[in-house]
Write a protein that binds this ligand. Sequence first.
Ligand code: PLP
Length: 400
Amino acid sequence: MSVATGRSYLAIPGPSVLPERVLNAMHRAAPNIYEGALIDMTQGLVRDLKHLAGTRHEVAIYVANGHAAWEAAVSNVLAPGDRVLVLATGVFASDWGAMATAIGAQVEVMDFGKRAPIDATQVAKRLEQDPSHQIKAVMCVHVDTGTSVRNDIPALRAALDGAGHPALLMVDCIASMGCEEYRMDDWGVDITVTASQKGLMTPPGLGFVWFNQKAAQRRQAMAQVSRYWDWAPRTAPRIFSHYWNGTAPTHHLFALREALDMIAEEGLNAVWRRHEILARTYWAACEAWQMPGGIALNIADPNARSHAVTALSCAPPDASRLRAWCQTHTGVTLGIGLGMADEAEPAWHGHFRIGHMGHLNAHMVMGVIGVIDAGLKALAIPHGRGATEAASASLASELS
Ligand SMILES: *Cc1c(COP(=O)(O)O)cnc(C)c1O
C-alpha cells in the first residue's frame, strides 16, 4: 500500500523545486532574439545577479550547467603550467580542480577530509611556503553538496592576506548561492561560480561566473582564452548575441527573471534567514535520530553545516531502503550519498542527503521530517525518538 498520490516532492540537492511562477514564466512562445522583451530584460538580470552575489564587478552568463561554469572560470585565468591550490572538503572542489588539470594547470590538492571544513591556518602555512608566488589561484567550494560542509570564506581570505599571497581566490557557490549569506566583494573573493538549478530555482542550463578587477586583469594577461568561454565579450557585449556567444537561452532567462523577482520580493536577507531556520529544523530532527551505529549527521559542528543541504549516514544498505520507502510510499525523493564512498558498498547504501535549497517552506520541511521518521519506524532502522517533536520545537523557537 502506498500513500504517495498527491503532490510529490523532489527533496534532492539540485535540481531544486521549480516554483509555479517560474514554470509559468517559461510558458510562452519563442521570443524574438533581436528586439523586444528579452533584450530589454537582460541588463536587469545582470544588475540583479551582481546584487545576488554581493559584487559591483562583472558577471558572465553561460548556456551551461555547473561543470561548464567551472570550466569557464578556469579557462579565463589559468594557462598551462600555472600552479593552483585546490582545497578539498568533498568531491566538488577536487572535480573543479580536475577541470584545471585538463587545461594544463599543475593542481595541488589539500584535502581536509569529508567531515570538516577547510582549516584556514593550514592554508596560510602552505601559502607562506610559496614566497615566489608560484600558486596562481586557490580554489574551493563554499558548500560541498556531497558532504554538506560549509566553508568559512572570510577566514580563507584572511589566510591569503595574512600570508601576503596574491593568488586569485575562486569560490564555487553552486550549492549555496541564494541560500547562504554570501558577499563576494566584502569577503574579497575574486571569482565566484554558480548555476541556475539550486538556490536560483531555475532549470539546469545557466552557469554564472562573477569576477572582479583583479581576475579581469589576469584574463587580459592570458596569451589565449577559449573563444566560447571567454568572459570578455560576454561582459562588454557590442550586440545582444555577445552575451551568449550565440542564441540566447530564451526561456531560461524568463525563468531566471521570475526567480530573481521572487528573491527580491522576499528580500535576500530574509531568503538567507529562511534557509537557516529551515536547516535548523532539519538538524533538530537529525540530532534526535542520531545514535551509535545508526543515523549520523555527516558534519558534527553546526557552524560548519550548510543551510542548503544535509548529508547523513547510516548502516548500509539502510539509506537505500529509506530512500526507496520514502519515494514509493510517500512521494518524497531524497538524495543519494555523493562522494562519501569509503566502503565497498555503493556510496549511497550508507549515505543519503536532503536538499533544502530554494523554493521551500516550513510545511515542506516538517513533511519530509515526518516522512523520514515514519520510514525509519516502518523499516526498523535504528534511530533515536522524538525527531518530529524536536523539529517543531526548533521551528517554534526560531519563529517566536
Ligand atoms: C551541483 C554542483 C556542481 C555541479 O553542477 P552541475 O550543474 O551538475 O554541473 C558543482 N559544485 C557544487 C557545489 C554543486 O552543488
